[in-house]
Design a protein. Structure first.
Length: 381
């Protein structure tokens, strides 16, 4: 356990601001630069091969110099525990923000646009996030989105876990190919962004549920409802834009995240605002995911990126659990068996792997009090 006041190189560890099974986050002070930073310690990365991958991939993350991506300042190891040093973002997470009060559609579209820009930049550097969700998007004091935890879902997958059929992810926002354990590319991040956009616009994720197995079965066997079913009055073009981003075949999705958000923006701008629906995620009070500490003053200014972004209302949402889940060979039967016993099959697979005992809650770059949604709707990282 890292103690407050510990000196690690140029940094002095300060108060703990977040903790989960996979990471502990502290505020830190850079003694040379005289600035506040965030220090994320990853005690569960202990295998030699996992540590080597951590060093390799964390160095790659330092290439991500973009205004919508948190800057990785440093990486290292202290007494056998790897750590990453980030810029400290003082505005809170998107999950916190939308839990406090609804964003307007104009605010939501501006945030989605910024996330898309950051993701596309990372993809051009051959880096995939793998866990896009509200808890992994921070808002700076101007309200602009800053994506955190790039690649940490992969870093948390230790070789022994992979060999035994486990991988990390968040089901509520996870792409079908990730749930099946197939190769992950930029299209997987686009799916997750589409799920987030769907949630902001309709008030719920594409496949809500009360159990992990329920969400996984829906993700792999069903099509999401058209957004206009949940929010009557939305233009058909909004349905088309979101459902294309949520297509189960990565090849059928938009060519980029920016293309997705441009299509959503154009569709919503070209039609009259649809009435807001009052949909709140089930069991929101149970959320276990740690999110960034809320700011001392409320964030009210969200930068408008495109002049077409109008002030349309949306509904709040909550971050979801991050768990370690079974790899495709144990879920493959779901794709082919769509009749009776599917839920039982998935539940059995999870039980065989001891998933209940191995849930790994993740913290974003700056942890905070837990908020919570249904376990089924949350399969991330």
């Amino acid at each position: 356990m890292i103690q407050e006041g510990t000196t690690i190189g140029a940094y002095t560890v300060q108060d703990r601001i977040g903790q989960g099974a996979s990471a502990v986050v502290h505020r830190g002070w850079h003694n040379g630069l005289q600035r506040t930073v965030a220090m994320k310690f990853l005690p569960n990365i202990h295998e030699a091969t996992a540590k080597a991958r951590f060093v390799r991939e964390s160095r790659a993350l330092r290439r991500l110099d973009h205004p919508n991506i948190v800057q990785v300042l440093d990486t290292g190891e202290h007494e056998g525990t790897p750590y990453i040093v980030f810029d400290f973002i003082a505005g809170g997470s998107l999950g916190d923000r939308i839990a406090q009060e609804p964003l307007t559609d104009g605010e939501a579209l501006a945030v989605l646009d910024g996330i898309a820009k950051g993701l596309d930049f990372a993809h051009r550097q051959n880096i995939v996030h793998r866990d896009v969700k509200p808890a992994n998007v921070l808002l700076d004091m101007t309200g602009s989105p800053v994506i955190v935890d790039f690649g940490l879902a992969r870093l948390m997958e230790q070789p022994s876990a992979t060999a035994t059929g486990l991988f990390a992810g968040t089901p509520a926002y996870m792409s079908p190919e990730q749930a099946e354990g197939n190769a992950i590319g930029p299209a997987a991040d686009q799916y997750s962004l589409s799920a987030l956009a769907y949630e902001l616009i309709t008030g719920q994720v594409p496949f809500p549920g009360d159990t992990v197995s329920e969400v996984l079965v829906a993700l792999l066997t069903r099509q999401p409802e058209a957004p206009s079913v949940l929010r009557p009055g939305l233009a058909p073009a909004v349905d088309e834009a979101l459902l294309r981003g949520l297509d189960k075949d990565p090849a059928n999705r938009w060519p980029s995240c920016q293309a997705l958000t441009d299509a959503i923006l154009t569709a919503m701008y070209s039609s009259a605002p649809a009435p807001r629906v009052a949909v709140v995620a089930a069991a929101a009070a149970k959320a276990e995911t740690l999110v960034m500490a809320p700011p001392k003053r409320k964030v009210t200014a969200i930068r408008t990126i495109d002049p077409r972004i109008a002030a349309l209302n949306i509904q709040p949402s909550e971050p979801y659990l991050t768990i370690t889940m079974p790899r495709p060979e144990l879920l493959a039967a779901i794709v082919t068996k769509k009749r009776r016993g599917v839920v039982t099959l998935v539940a059995a697979a999870i039980a065989v792997l001891g998933l209940a005992a191995g849930i790994a809650y993740s913290t974003n770059a700056f942890g905070a009090p837990p908020g919570s949604p249904p376990a089924s709707a949350t399969v991330s990282r």
